[in-house]
Design a protein around this ligand. Structure first.
Ligand SMILES: Nc1nc2c(c(=O)[nH]1)N[C@H]1C(S)=C(S)[C@@H](COP(=O)(O)OP(=O)(O)OC[C@H]3O[C@@H](n4cnc5c(=O)[nH]c(N)nc54)[C@H](O)[C@@H]3O)O[C@H]1N2
Ligand SMILES: Nc1nc2c(c(=O)[nH]1)N[C@H]1C(S)=C(S)[C@@H](COP(=O)(O)OP(=O)(O)OC[C@H]3O[C@@H](n4cnc5c(=O)[nH]c(N)nc54)[C@H](O)[C@@H]3O)O[C@H]1N2
Ligand code: SF4
Ligand SMILES: [Mo]
Length: 695
């Protein structure tokens, strides 16, 4: 057993970061060893509940395969241990020489999902700007940013968690919270007890769909048409909040004209839903105004018209008058903490960030460089080359679209440093693999914007030679000569103190309150006195900002690619990424008790499709898209579980089972540049007449 715990025996309350829900947990320690994780009842996020992944942090931390020593790749491709100081010196020297030879902008950073979207990510943003390069990449090029941009374009902000508890009707668009966001089920359950209704829009019968009052199974990629159909219905039947729309929105006239084409017949044809289903859905919305909330899942932004489809859903919320009200979409207020990034202090105006020319909205609004364009730069097809990357908390060679190309791009770097807890498909391509501290080995602030709450997690243990993110960036920046100026804090606790200072909450108070502190009470209808944070100060049903960029100002509908273009060669529609409760993207397949639950990858098929393909459960099938092909065992589900003609494969499996060999990096959302991870045209071939179940 390695590592030194903060206390010898006892219970330390902290925050779980096995996923992005930030539940309160108690870590039980006996004689210097972590023995159990239980739920922290006082924490408002989870109220003591845990999902299976939380307690598995112990298996992760003590996993026999965990990387605890720095590794350097030798000429023959094998990894050799190297002392940490030497590794850091060598990396710093390589960065200096690449900067001198090719320019600072050829060096980049990448942060993956494991580090989340706040403090940990901001260290990397700070570092790379101080180094002189704007090239910060992350998993945000295919997660969250599409929704964030869409909602921000309409109302100026995105609320990650609407007011489920007080809503009369909740619509989940392509999302399955019992699995993906277990803590949503607490307020949702409370709302349901009070009589709140539920509509789920998903081509599959998910766990949340089983609980729904109405489950619609549209054709993948057609959600925009459905949302426009709902808008048309509300306008035609005069069921919308006229006062709100008149006083607080712009673009209503144009929206109303565009909505006219979305007649029931038109929408039924696009979505594959019946007229009756459409009418039921429209009536439920109209009958429950204004407390109607829409939650858009990741699969909507993974569509090739993702931003406009999400914008349409946001406009629908606005017509409902469900903005900034109890039981609606909340408008969260920040705490006023300091900003770790240097975008204001040290703008790098003279260098064009990767992708900012093709997807200006993505860079302008969230300072994210576009990862599929980044691959082109790494392959030498950009305005300048990307030569070096420091990546932490991600496994893009597995999780990013067209994964074969991603691997080729990363393999071509002159310097590739990866910080991870395990060896992965991505670390295999690295020149240096540095052991990363788990969330139990660092301290950071956690924000819960929907109830305006902050808490701090604590360092529960430490492993010698395993650096937390802050210490890594600090040590590297000191070697490069800008540490004293930009990374002056000794420890992460010092950073936390600095971040909190303007908020008036001091670190010691927060540390004494493991359940956290509400930094501001939630207020409603702030728009009556405060302009929306959009260019016009109003809610923008039509965007002048997009128009200036040459993009359509309205959230126009575009048919998914399988309808737009001839795809007779690819008669099935693939959706990817439906989450499994015990896996997190490419993570946790190395936990034996989880692996027992889901031992191998699988492709879900409707029984009629299985009949058509003369296929049985367990047969190995080859699925082929324009990008590539994979081989996985088939799972023939019940007829009601998936829409006929649709196939689902979850991502995160390796090599020939990796569904990202099929996903599209060449078809991108016009606003965000998001690659297309759902609604992909594919064909299917049986690999062998009858096969085993393992892939
Ligand atoms: N256990 C676990 N939890 C996770 C994750 C994980 O990997 N494992 N990942 C986390 C991350 S980073 C994210 S972003 C979230 C995502 O979480 P959610 O946004 O809730 O997404 P999923 O749970 O994948 O559910 C997506 C659903 O969309 C459906 N779908 C696919 N295409 C379409 C379409 O075109 N239209 C509609 N209406 N539906 C469609 C799929 O059938 C699937 O059921 O989950 C987070 N939580
Ligand atoms: N086809 C398809 N592909 C998808 C999706 C989909 O729906 N369909 N979903 C996409 C989405 S929404 C997302 S967010 C991305 C996520 O994609 P990635 O960002 O690549 O996330 P993970 O696969 O979880 O990789 C996290 C890595 O970090 C390591 N790690 C764990 N904890 C720590 C830590 O504390 N510190 C450090 N340094 N490393 C740690 C893990 O071992 C793992 O290798 O995947 C995307 N890929
Ligand atoms: S939902 Fe599970 S993994 Fe996520 S923070 Fe909560 S306990 Fe941890
Ligand atoms: Mo994500």
């Amino acid at each position: 057993m390695y590592g030194k715990t903060t206390i010898d025996t006892g219970i330390l309350p902290t925050i779980c970061r096995q996923c992005d829900m930030h539940c309160g947990i108690n870590v039980h320690i006996e004689n210097g060893k972590l023995v159990k994780i239980s739920g922290l009842k006082e924490h408002p996020q989870n109220k003591g509940r845990l999902c299976p992944k939380g307690p598995a942090a112990i298996e992760t931390v003590y996993h026999p395969d965990r990387v605890v020593k720095p590794l350097k790749r030798a000429e023959d491709g094998s990894f050799r241990e190297i002392p940490l100081v030497r590794a850091m010196d060598e990396i710093a020297a390589r960065l200096v020489s690449i900067k001198e030879l090719h320019g600072a902008e050829t060096v980049s950073c990448w942060q993956g999902e494991a580090l989340g979207f706040a403090q940990q990510e901001k260290y990397a943003r700070r570092f790379i700007h101080a180094f002189g390069s704007p090239n910060f990449f992350s998993c945000d090029s295919l997660c969250w940013a599409g929704r964030h941009l869409a909602y921000s374009l309409v109302q100026g902000y995105w609320n990650a968690c609407p007011d489920f508890k007080n809503a009369d009707l909740v619509l989940f668009w392509g999302s399955n919270p019992p699995v993906s966001h277990p803590t949503f089920m607490v307020p949702l359950g409370e709302g349901r007890k009070k009589g709140g209704k539920l509509i789920v829009i998903d081509p599959r019968l998910t766990r949340i769909a089983k609980q729904a009052d109405l489950h619609l199974k549209p054709l993948p990629g057609s959600d925009g048409a459905l949302a426009w159909g709902l808008i048309r219905y509300l306008l035609e039947h005069d069921c919308f909040d006229k006062e709100f729309v008149t006083k607080h929105t712009i673009g209503f006239e144009d929206l109303a004209v565009y909505a006219r084409r979305f007649t029931t017949g038109f929408v039924a044809k696009r979505t594959g839903l019946t007229r009756q289903e459409l009418r039921d859905c429209c009536r439920m919305v109209a009958d429950n105004l204004p407390r109607v909330v829409n939650y858009t899942g990741v699969s909507i932004e993974h569509q090739d018209n993702g931003v406009n489809n999400v914008r349409t859903i946001a406009c629908l919320g606005a017509l409902c008058g469900a903005v900034d009200i109890k039981g609606g979409d909340l408008w969260p207020e920040g705490m006023g903490e300091r900003d770790l990034t240097l975008y204001r202090e040290l703008p790098l105006k003279e260098i064009q960030p990767v992708g900012a020319d093709s997807f200006p909205v993505l860079y302008d609004m969230i300072k994210e460089c576009h990862t599929p364009t980044g691959m082109e730069y790494m392959l030498g097809n950009g305005r300048y080359p990307i030569k070096a990357m420091i990546l932490s908390g991600g496994n893009p060679a597995n999780t990013n679209p067209n994964s074969g190309k991603v691997a080729r791009a990363l393999a071509g770097l002159d310097l590739f440093v990866v910080r991870d807890m395990f060896l992965t498909e991505t670390t295999r391509l690295a020149h240096y693999v540095l052991p990363a501290a788990s969330f139990l080995e660092r301290t950071e602030l956690h924000f819960y914007s929907h109830y305006q709450h902050v808490s701090v997690s604590r360092k529960v243990m430490e492993i010698e030679g395993v650096l937390d993110e802050y210490t890594f960036w600090r040590d590297l920046s000191h070697r490069l000569g800008f540490g004293r100026e930009y990374f002056p804090w000794e420890t992460e606790s010092d950073v936390n103190r600095w971040l909190l200072e303007p908020s008036g909450i001091d670190l010691e108070t927060l540390e004494a309150r493991p359940e956290g502190i509400q930094y501001k009470p939630v207020r409603y209808r702030k728009y009556r006195t405060t302009p929306f944070p959009t260019p016009s100060g109003k809610l923008e049903l039509r965007s002048g900002y997009l128009e200036k960029l040459g993009l359509p100002p309205l959230p126009v509908y575009r048919e998914p690619v399988y309808l737009r273009e001839d795809s007779s060669e690819y008669p099935y529609i693939l959706v990817t990424g439906a989450r499994k409760a015990v896996y997190y993207h490419s993570r946790f397949r190395n936990i034996p008790r989880f692996r027992k639950l889901h031992p191998h990858p699988e492709a879900e098929f409707h029984p009629s499709d299985a009949d058509r393909l003369d296929m049985e459960e367990g047969d190995r099938v080859r699925i082929i898209s324009e990008t590539g092909s994979i081989v996985v065992p088939a799972k023939v589900v019940e007829p009601e579980e998936i829409r006929e003609g649709v196939i689902q494969v979850t991502h995160g499996w390796e090599q020939e089972s990796n569904v990202n060999r099929l996903t599209f990096d060449q078809v991108t959302d016009p606003v965000s540049g998001f690659p297309q991870l759902t609604s992909i045209p594919v064909r299917v071939e049986k690999e062998r007449p009858r096969g085993g179940g393992r892939g």
